[in-house]
Design a protein around this ligand. Structure first.
Ligand code: NAX
Length: 336
């Protein structure tokens, strides 16, 4: 029997990732078996039928924890009382679309959603932005929610983190459960820096294991020329093989992100994009991915990691891209 109730708002709920998320949330995988959920599905008018269809299927699934499902195209009612907001619906870059057009189109989505969160969400609201460009969309939403602490606005890099774990598991013939302390730094884009300098497998440094397996030079090359680009460009690889972008793995990562945020990390650290507190020289306020732990319901950036020259260069490059995105959005007047 559930002893608490949470309102979870999903934007773009009629889309692919939305469809993969809804049933897992309703089954209790987001907030655990003791929390009943009230789902709010936000769509644009063209997406309403699809979301309504998903709502019918949710009813047909008879989830004991699911208390209600509302479908709407009104952001104010979707976010009213929301404890968790999964901001999935966005305007991804289309063919021939200039960056300014992309950012402006997303500003038109995330600015009003930020304002609706500010006006009506619950005091403990937690937001994760999935829709791309995710880091900058999170900044836009946060800028329009001045009464909500900025650290409640995060962006998803857990999929990149999980992709890195998958690649390491394969290379080292080690189960994912044995791997710890992989980090994703920077932007959720091809400039991100998947970092295994501090990672361990079965308690031993991953870099040492790779060096044993491949030799020192080949291990360094594998990390630089195979591992990093494969993780950073995995989204394109999925599109090429599957004919459509990542869906179930993106939904899975979103569930992992929120469930760790609420319940705590127990297996080393993970990765999430959140407003920088100035750690590791990342400008304060910039929504950038870091190695993080979740303690008492809050993300904390893992402190004190040593970064070598290679890591510094890769992080600086991704942060520079984020700064450029932020400046472009500022020029468009989207930061309030
Ligand atoms: P879909 O096109 O299947 O679904 C998006 C849905 O959002 C559509 O139903 C659309 O009607 C709705 N929508 C658009 N504007 C809206 C608004 N203002 N309010 C509410 N709903 C709105 O895309 P899907 O495959 O579900 O992907 C969604 C987003 O996730 C895309 O931006 C995609 O780029 C991004 N991704 C992010 C990932 C990450 O790791 N951060 C990985 C997967 C994915 O590529």
């Amino acid at each position: 029997m559930a002893n608490s109730l949470a309102t979870v708002t999903i934007t773009g709920a009629g889309g692919q990732i939305g469809y993969a998320l809804l049933f897992r949330i309703a089954s209790g995988q987001l907030l655990g078996p003791d929390t009943a959920v009230r789902l709010r599905l936000l769509e644009i008018p063209q997406g309403l039928r699809s979301a309504e269809g998903a709502a019918l299927e949710l009813q047909d699934s008879a989830f004991p924890l699911l208390q209600s499902v509302d479908v709407t195209d009104d952001a104010a009612s979707a976010f009213d009382g929301a404890n968790v907001g999964l901001l999935v619906g966005s305007r991804p870059r289309g063919p021939g679309m200039e960056r300014g057009d992309l950012l402006a189109a997303n500003g038109a989505i995330f600015a009003p959603q930020g304002a609706a969160i500010n006006a009506g969400a619950a005091d403990d609201v937690r937001i994760v932005v999935v829709g791309n460009p995710a880091n900058t969309n999170a900044s836009i939403a946060s800028a329009h929610a001045p009464d909500v602490p900025c650290e409640r606005f995060t962006a998803l890099t857990r999929l990149d983190h999980n992709r890195a774990l998958g690649q390491l598991s394969e290379a080292l013939h080690t189960p994912v459960s044995q791997l710890r302390d992989v980090s994703i730094w920077g932007n959720h884009s091809a400039t991100q820096f998947p970092d295994i300098a501090h990672a361990t497998a079965g308690g031993r440094p991953v870099v040492e294991l790779l060096e044993e397996q491949l030799g020192a030079d080949a291990a360094r090359e594998w990390i630089r020329d195979v591992f990093i680009p494969r993780v950073a460009k995995r989204g394109a690889e999925i599109i090429e093989v599957r004919g459509s972008s990542s869906v179930a793995s993106a939904a899975n990562a979103t569930i992992d992100h929120v469930s760790d945020w609420v319940s705590g990390t127990t297996h080393g650290w993970t990765s999430a994009a959140l407003p920088s507190d100035g750690s590791y020289g990342v400008p304060e306020g910039l929504v950038s991915s870091f190695p993080v732990e979740s303690i008492d319901g809050q993300w904390r950036i893992v402190q004190g990691l040593e970064l070598d020259a290679f890591a510094r260069e890769r992080i600086d490059a991704s942060v520079a891209e984020l700064i450029e995105e932020r400046e472009a959005v500022r020029t468009l007047g989207l930061l309030g």
